[in-house]
Design a protein around this ligand. Structure first.
Ligand code: CP
Length: 334
């Protein structure tokens, strides 16, 4: 795994490629910015005050809209659209490109060449979801503009972990004393990796549960409890976090034939919901495979915070953009 230690830190208004770059103070200041943005969004509909209309008091985003390039080399709904929503609500502009048939990647252009070509168009910040490759990993920290990872292979999903932690903090005030049970395909999950780092540093206890083949070796996840049997784990968590089975990252034919058994052993459904504390909350980064990790009952349960996670995702991504690009006076950034 490459080190991102050489990357500039968010505290210096630069890139965010992995949560391990963040210092303890960064978490609280990002969350405080997100809180201020939430208040502004409620008051003004956008993340700045439109009534401050004189040239001097307009938000920086209004005076100097920045160009944010969003490059998604893997499919996305929540992360891509919430970065766009965040950028527009701050008054910025977005260039957007997917790896699908509408781009020259369909003609064989590489991720590396695509990034260099988009950089030649002069964006002020790059948001990128990439398959992990050494060439791209080495390129990103050298770019002359800040880069935010929107998900890197199986390695890191920093903004997802931040929005997950923020969602729990908004519910509970703090991560301290929370017991977070993460269930599913831990081995292939960048969400789990980033959450292990953020949630544990903020004081939560973490446990995982899933088929043996999808749980990393104990030496790879020090300090994390492993439950082999979900029914025995159900009374433990204050936060139940389901993870998607990532069919695209393993031999899907074999796994697809076993989804019923998976759901029986590790799926959250009406019966298991009864064993979960009434005070617990249920989370899932999405997309959900209904009938696999969650039955249809789960997101309708009053304990579900799945859509709150999505709403908080806009706030966290806007907070990062505001902190990195600046957001002007009367704005959320302090
Ligand atoms: N949670 C998440 O990364 O969802 P998307 O793949 O839809 O962006």
């Amino acid at each position: 795994m490459p080190s991102f230690d050489a990357s500039p830190l968010i505290a210096d208004r630069r890139s965010l490629l992995d949560t391990r770059q963040l210092k303890a103070d960064d978490f609280s200041s990002i969350f405080a910015t997100a809180d201020r943005l939430a208040a502004m969004g409620q008051r003004f509909g956008n993340f700045y005050n439109p009534r401050e209309s004189s040239e001097n008091s307009k938000s920086l985003a209004e005076r100097t809209p920045r160009l944010i390039a969003c490059l998604f080399f893997e499919a996305s709904t929540r992360t891509k659209l919430s970065f766009q929503a965040a950028a527009y609500r701050l008054g910025h502009r977005v260039l957007e490109m997917d790896a699908g048939s509408g781009s020259s990647m369909a003609k064989g252009e590489t991720e590396y060449d695509t990034i260099l070509n988009v950089m030649a168009m002069g964006p002020d910040l790059l948001v990128i979801r990439s398959n992990k490759s050494r060439e791209v990993d080495e390129l990103l920290p050298k770019l002359k503009v800040p880069v935010i990872s929107a998900g890197t292979g199986t390695q890191a999903h920093p903004t997802q972990a931040l929005l997950d932690a923020y969602t729990i903090c908004r519910e509970r005030g703090s991560l301290k004393g929370q017991r977070v049970l993460i269930v599913g395909d831990i081995r292939h999950s960048r969400v789990a990796r980033s959450n292990f780092d953020v949630l544990s540093r903020l004081g939560a206890e973490i446990a995982v549960c899933g088929p043996e083949s999808l749980i990393p070796e104990a030496s790879e996840i020090p300090g994390i409890r492993v439950f082999a049997n979900l029914d025995e784990a159900m009374a433990w968590p204050t936060v139940f976090m389901g993870l998607r089975i990532q069919f695209e990252r393993h031999d899907s034919a074999e796994l697809k034939s076993a989804v019923d058994e998976y759901h029986m052993r590790f799926g959250l459904n009406r019966e298991r919901l009864k064993k979960l504390s009434q005070d617990a909350i249920i989370m899932h980064p999405g997309p959900i495979n209904h009938g696999v990790e969650f039955s249809m009952d789960v997101t309708k349960d009053p304990r579900s915070r799945v859509l709150a996670q999505v709403a908080n995702g806009v706030l966290i991504r806007a907070a990062l953009l505001a902190r990195i690009l600046g957001a002007g006076e009367g704005s959320a950034e302090r």
